[in-house]
Write a protein that binds this ligand. Structure first.
Ligand SMILES: Cc1cc2nc3c(=O)[nH]c(=O)nc-3n(C[C@H](O)[C@H](O)[C@H](O)COP(=O)(O)OP(=O)(O)OC[C@H]3O[C@@H](n4cnc5c(N)ncnc54)[C@H](O)[C@@H]3O)c2cc1C
Length: 492
């Protein structure tokens, strides 16, 4: 089976989903082709979720341009797509004169990159802004525009909005070969995937750690990826959300950062070590192993910034790989110089989350300049109606929901207060969840303190019922990750 589109986007991470949403406003047929069985299973599911403000990248780089602009766009994107975004501001803490000199350099970088309202503050202001910041900090770079999001929520919501505007999503469709014809035909590219072939006039490569393979398959730029792996730990919810606190950065990383999350947890993110990819089944899978040495480095780094942090409250440790192009620390966003019609957003390492809306905007500009005709559709709708979040809903809305369907009163995940009806809605959304982890990313069932110890078997049962399969066929995540071998207790 072969389907033909104007544009195929390879990779449904935050970059591909943001670009799909940006281009969905135009009169074009678009398909997002993803190797995994769901959205955001690559670097986009394993990161700190920080919307860095943009004072870090060297002025003049592509990163510098899209980071500050991406941070600015997050306000609009969160309103239109209905995801949570907290713009709390952040501080980079300094502990001596050498650090202060570095903070001043960061401030200058930030000013050059267009980051608003940066200032160096002293101990009194530090403690006014974040009372839990270390009392040993003598100075800090205060940046009011920093924020944080749930990164997979952004990717999922952007693609939902794109799909509502006519974009097609192809799951479990790893691009294994690309044929390029020079005949000037309408569909120059043919992508071979196990889910069928896709023909398109324009190809956009947003394949994260697989971007070099896609470029190679199309006969375009040869670049090599370096897997800069990072470990992250998540702590249980705190009564008050912490503002992001950064140390003075190193040449390759922003260092160990402590931050609150949109759901009230605390996250310590991230180590940075060049490691070989792990035992990969799909291109999404960089080495996602966690290392004791990294976790220890995170905990001790975090205590330096927030001495009263109770690091016994860790509920989860995980890892992801930043897609870095060997030989450069910058993003590559542009048309291939070798294969016209192939557009690449490659090397989208950190700050790829913070930059995503601006990468999408830039990709649109690059395509327009390359002569791609973009005519706005009259019926394009930028607004996504966010599904009900029971835990956050006011009491009156909770009562209304339970009145409408008693399944809203059946709490499945007790840690995050997620009822059965919300899980069903997560499976029925377009594109909906097809695995236990897919449910978790959409409505947080299993995301809490017990990490699904109580609710996993019930989520499996609901998934089996909704997908019309046997519980033994339900997946934890991607292909091959079955959970159930025998009958479930209490389920016929
Ligand atoms: C530990 C860590 C912490 C980070 N913290 C932050 C942070 O706080 N803030 C921030 O801004 N950034 C952060 N980042 C960076 C951020 O996560 C990435 O920049 C971003 O997620 C990259 O998104 P992407 O869509 O380009 O790539 P991915 O999310 O990796 O998506 C690529 C997609 O392409 C698919 N694919 C690959 N090959 C193929 C193929 N052949 N066929 C079909 N599909 C294919 C993959 O399955 C995958 O879904 C962090 C990264 C890491 C690892």
């Amino acid at each position: 089976m072969t389907e033909t589109f104007d544009i195929a986007i390879v990779g449904a991470g935050i970059t591909g989903c943001a670009i799909a949403r940006q281009l969905a406003r135009y009169d074009l047929s678009i398909c997002v082709v993803e190797a995994a069985n769901d959205i955001a299973l690559g670097a986009s599911k394993a990161n700190g979720g920080l919307v860095h403000a943009g004072y870090d990248p060297a002025p003049g780089t592509v990163k510098a341009q899209v980071n500050a602009r991406g941070c600015e766009l997050y306000g609009t994107w969160s309103r239109e797509l209905g995801f949570l975004f907290c713009r709390t501001g952040s501080m980079v803490l300094g502990f001596n004169d050498e650090d202060r000199a570095h903070l001043e350099k960061l401030r200058q970088n930030g000013l050059a990159n267009g980051v608003p309202e940066l200032s160096i503050v002293g101990p009194d202001r530090i403690h006014e802004l974040e009372p839990r910041a270390s009392a040993d900090a003598t100075c800090a770079l205060w940046c009011p525009s920093t924020g944080f999001v749930d990164p997979f929520e952004v990717a999922i919501d952007a693609l939902e909005n794109a799909v509502a505007n006519g974009v097609t999503f192809m799951r479990s469709a790893s691009v294994e070969a690309i044929e390029v014809t020079d005949s000037g035909e309408d569909a120059r590219f043919t992508l071979a995937t196990p889910a069928g072939n896709v023909r398109c006039r324009y190809l956009i490569n947003t394949a994260g750690n697989g971007a070099a393979d896609i470029s190679h398959m199309a006969g375009a730029e040869e670049f090599h990826m370096v897997w800069r792996q990072g470990n992250i730990v998540v702590l249980d919810k705190e009564p008050r959300t912490l503002m992001p606190l950064y140390p003075v950065p190193t040449p390759v990383s922003k260092g160990v950062i402590v931050t609150g999350t949109v759901h009230g947890n605390t996250v310590i993110t991230a180590t940075a070590a060049v490691r070989e990819p792990g035992d990969t089944q799909t291109y999404a899978r960089a080495n996602t192993q966690t290392y004791a040495s990294d976790v220890n480095a995170l905990l001790s780094g975090a205590r330096k910034l927030v001495p009263d942090l109770d690091t016994r409250r860790v509920v989860r440790a995980f890892a992801g790989g930043r897609p870095v192009i060997q030989g450069t620390n910058d993003f590559f966003i542009g048309q291939s110089a070798v294969v016209p019609g192939l557009f690449q957003a490659a090397g989208i390492q950190s700050p790829g989350v913070a930059s995503a809306p601006a990468i999408a905007e830039r990709m649109e500009l690059v395509m327009r300049e390359a002569g791609v005709e973009l005519h706005e559709r009259a019926d394009w709708n930028p607004i996504r109606r966010a599904p009900d979040d029971f835990d956050r809903a006011p009491l009156a809305r909770k009562e209304e929901l339970i009145e409408s369907d008693p399944a809203w009163g059946q709490i499945v995940c007790r840690c995050e207060t997620v009822p059965e009806a919300e899980i069903v809605a997560a499976i029925r959304r377009q594109p909906g969840a097809v695995s236990v982890e897919g449910v978790k990313r959409r409505c947080r069932a299993g995301m809490g303190r017990c990490q699904s110890g109580f609710c996993q078997s019930r989520v499996v049962t609901i998934l089996a019922r909704e997908l019309g399969c046997d519980p033994s066929e339900v997946l934890l995540e991607d292909a091959g990750s079955w959970l159930v071998e025998g009958p479930l207790k209490g389920v016929r």
